[in-house]
Design a protein around this ligand. Structure first.
Ligand code: SF4
Length: 439
């Protein structure tokens, strides 16, 4: 089989990174090897993200560069994949005629067949929303200790700011047997942590036979032999069940960590966002989890400057962040996305300088929350899964890993213990990480 080289540039979220690992696996099967150098590639794939305008612009700018590369190498194939591809469809070929294949998010597994056709000179747009049947494929995972494994895809929630339901389609669960086989394979390859991935992991199983839900899946995975950890992201606040909380308490491998996006701490804004809860409900959920799960970490997402957001409403978000003692939050300024409901409220857009200023205040609160959260663990002994070993410029040797509740810890250590579980005494708390020493 002819040996060709493929380079994939991935933008955006973990789901895209996971898709890229699948693409590499499928392409290897038809004779391609992975290269880190786009200049020596026979095929270039951009795996795009449309969550913010900036990310979309980056994708077009990148293929512009590749288009020039194609002038000196007409055999070069360019694939435009991911969320922007799903949305843009045929218009991408008009804007960038040097693109050979536009591959929508739900056609991922069609890639090998489509590549064979573009190799024959065809130009193809494949963005059908009917998912292409998933096959049992080889996955070329990025080396490390954590394997990301999608369990469901898509979203039915239609939050008014979010493009995901338009780019990833409606919710659908992956077949449990494929997920379990993938978990076992990743463990046999040496991965020590499995993160189950989905836009709304609580929806896993809604389209499967009764009883097959997230808690059921966690129990199945926990029963696999060996020492490893399991996490899951992302939860929708009101969809988290007691059954799932029970698994975190009862199962030794399931970690004490929940990522529960709140987006705003103001009830009016939450309504305009089409989120199905108010602040009191969100608080009740957090309190409930904290009262049941010892040392749990709860992280969140927030948007600053949603259309029409007043200063008072924004301050409710700051108050909420502090009152709930959130351990960490991802923050972003609102970015209008075409097709979404909120993007049409142009008259209510918040000026850029106000959004930037609010985002800065949100980040300041976030930093204070993180530091307060980290300080809680001073003097404690915690189990750390080592992810990395480095020799710093000053000669210091340091291992870095995570606690069960997802805190990053740096530890002086002469040996590379990557992939091992070590007990660590926490000696210092910084905003974004802890320091510790081997216990
Ligand atoms: S629940 Fe999440 S993925 Fe779904 S529409 Fe809302 S923000 Fe987007």
């Amino acid at each position: 089989m002819e040996n060709k080289k493929v380079y994939i540039e991935t933008l955006g979220c973990q789901m895209n990174k996971s898709d890229a690992e699948r693409m590499y696996g499928m392409l290897e099967h038809i004779g391609y090897t992975q290269t880190e150098n786009p200049k020596e590639a026979d095929m270039l794939i951009i795996n795009t993200c449309s969550i913010r305008q900036l990310s979309e612009d980056k994708a077009y700018s990148q293929i512009g560069v590749w288009g020039k590369q194609k002038k000196s190498n007409p055999n070069l194939k360019i694939v435009f994949a991911g969320c922007v591809a799903q949305q843009g469809g045929k218009s991408i070929l008009k804007r960038a005629p040097y693109v050979d294949l536009v591959l929508g998010t739900q056609r991922l597994y069609e890639l090998p067949n489509l590549v064979k056709r573009i190799e024959q000179g065809e130009k193809i747009v494949s963005i059908d929303e009917k998912p292409y049947e998933e096959s049992d494929i080889q996955i070329n995972r990025v080396k490390g200790v954590n394997a990301w494994i999608p369990i469901m895809e898509g979203c039915n929630n239609f939050c008014t700011y979010c493009i995901v339901p338009y780019t990833r389609g409606r919710e659908r669960s992956r077949k449990p047997e494929l997920i379990l086989a993938e978990v076992k394979k990743a463990l046999s390859e040496g991965f020590k942590e499995i993160t189950l991935l989905g836009q709304n992991v609580d929806s896993f199983g809604k389209d499967l036979p009764d009883g097959q839900n997230l808690a059921w899946l966690l129990r199945k995975i926990n029963a696999i032999e060996g020492k490893f950890r399991v996490r899951f992201v992302t939860n929708y606040p009101t969809d988290i069940t007691d059954e799932v909380i029970d698994t975190v308490i009862e199962l030794d491998k399931v970690c004490e960590y929940f990522h529960i996006p709140m987006q705003s701490g103001d009830d009016y804004v939450l309504k305009k966002m089409n989120r199905r809860y108010d602040y009191a409900t969100y608080k009740k959920i957090c309190d409930h989890i904290r009262s049941r799960v010892k040392d749990v970490t709860i992280t969140s997402d927030f948007i600053a400057g949603f259309p029409g957001e007043t200063e008072e409403q924004f301050e409710n978000t700051l108050k909420a962040m502090t009152e709930l003692e959130l351990d960490y939050s991802n923050t972003a300024a609102y970015s209008p996305r075409e097709k979404t409901v909120a993007a049409k409220w142009v008259d209510l857009y918040i000026p850029e300088e106000v959004k930037t200023e609010r985002l800065a205040r949100l980040n300041e609160h976030n930093r204070a929350c993180c530091l307060a959260s980290n300080k809680k663990y001073l003097g404690r002994e915690m189990e750390v899964l080592v992810e990395n070993f480095e020799v710093r410029k000053n000669g210091d040797k340091v291992i870095t890993g995570r606690t069960r509740n997802n805190k990053i810890v740096h530890i002086p250590c002469d040996r590379d213990l990557t992939g091992e579980f070590v007990n660590v005494k926490i000696t210092n708390a910084k905003t974004w990480y802890l320091n510790g020493e081997l216990a």
